[in-house]
Write a protein that binds this ligand. Structure first.
Ligand code: GZL
Length: 347
């Protein structure tokens, strides 16, 4: 990929310097002197909705930033698929070497990724997945197993109820779902649904809280007005959990693990947000399923593998832990694999 771009740049520079071709000075965005010889990466990030997303963006900008052999063209989709599709079309026009996409939702990518394929530009997916008929539309994907994340947090909850002698039918759970239709939401919601069916838990309600703090607060406040038996809230990310805790406390209730004495147990995902971790230290968040945002180095390694003529693994999962300060549950087993529950404050 790089050689093709370098040749084109040199040819064009020659034309401009010798006065051949157009007399107009070349005024296009993609032909920047300092980009010559660099691998140009167009990154369509879905938004800036959460601390996890900010950490993911920082990781990508570090991996492809100044001083690396790359030139990064970054576009923030502001959580709208139409913006991401426009960004990809811009990358195609700019004839970047690679397109990296963190898709806001799974559906709706077939035509624009077909355009990228027809332009012979490899697409690498990061974080979430796309649901396309033709998997050759992307070279590879790196991210988390979101259903496993959900299974781990739910197994932690199951082990907690066993340790405390809480009957499964006494759990009344609300699911504050992430951005509806995103891979993270689909996987984490599936994990809860399967555990509830297996253990006989009561799922009181499921509501889209879009991975944001404000929506988490708003949705939890509404649910507390509608239902008076909620004793577990399953937040599909930390920002939602912070919002839910603010709603719980605004309603004069208490976030905590003492379900039998009226506290509302808060479960969450990510483990990035300092405020969420401080809530865990205060006992307001009982368990967090880790979700690793540091994909920059992994995406860079995949690009290098392709540059070196290799064919990377199609799906590349990151290792993740589970966090809690509650001593009753120290290990969990999911799908035959044992996981140690880590206390994030143990140094
Ligand atoms: C998970 C990622 C999710 C995070 C949220 O990989 O897609 O989106 O869990 C973020 O915090 O908004």
């Amino acid at each position: 990929m790089k050689n093709k771009k370098t040749f084109m740049w040199l040819l064009l520079s020659l034309l401009v310097l010798t006065g051949c071709g157009s007399s107009r000075p070349v005024q296009t965005e993609e032909i920047e002197n300092e980009d010559a010889g660099k691998i140009v990466v167009g990154f369509s990030q879905l938004g800036a909705e959460s601390d996890w997303r900010s950490a993911n963006t920082a990781s990508m900008k570090e991996a492809f930033g100044d001083g690396t052999g790359y030139s990064l063209v970054f576009k923030d989709g502001q959580q709208k698929q139409t913006n991401q599709i426009t960004a990809i079309r811009t990358f195609i026009q700019q004839d970047v070497d690679y397109i990296v996409l963190a898709p806001v939702m799974e559906s709706g990518w077939d035509s624009v990724l077909t355009e990228a394929k027809q332009a012979d530009i490899p697409v690498i997916l990061v974080d979430r997945m796309v649901d396309v008929a033709d998997r050759s539309l992307y070279s590879c994907w790196v991210g988390s197993d979101f259903e496993l994340e959900g299974k781990k947090v739910c197994e932690w909850l199951h082990q907690y109820t066993l340790a405390k002698g809480i009957a499964p039918e006494d759990l009344h759970i609300v699911d504050l779902q992430g951005t509806f239709g995103s891979t993270a939401q689909l996987g984490r919601s599936r994990g809860l649904n399967e555990a509830a069916l297996e253990h006989g838990w009561d799922i009181v309600a499921l509501k889209d809280a879009d991975f944001t703090q404000e929506k988490g607060r708003e949705v939890m406040a509404q649910l507390l007005r509608e239902y008076h038996n909620i004793n577990v809230v399953y937040c599909e990310n930390d920002n939602e959990a912070i919002g839910a805790i603010k709603a719980i406390e605004a309603a004069g209730l208490k976030a905590g693990a003492d379900i039998e004495n009226g506290e509302i147990m808060v479960l969450s995902f990510d483990g990035i947000n300092e405020e969420a971790l401080s809530y865990m230290a205060q006992g307001k968040i009982a368990c967090i399923g880790e979700c690793n945002p540091h994909h920059g180095p992994r995406v860079e390694a995949l690009i290098q593998s392709i540059e070196d003529g290799g064919i990377p693994e199609k799906f590349n999962y990151v290792e993740e832990s589970i966090f809690s300060t509650i001593k009753e549950v120290t290990t969990i087993t999911v799908d035959g694999q044992q996981y140690t529950v880590a206390n994030p404050f143990d140094n």
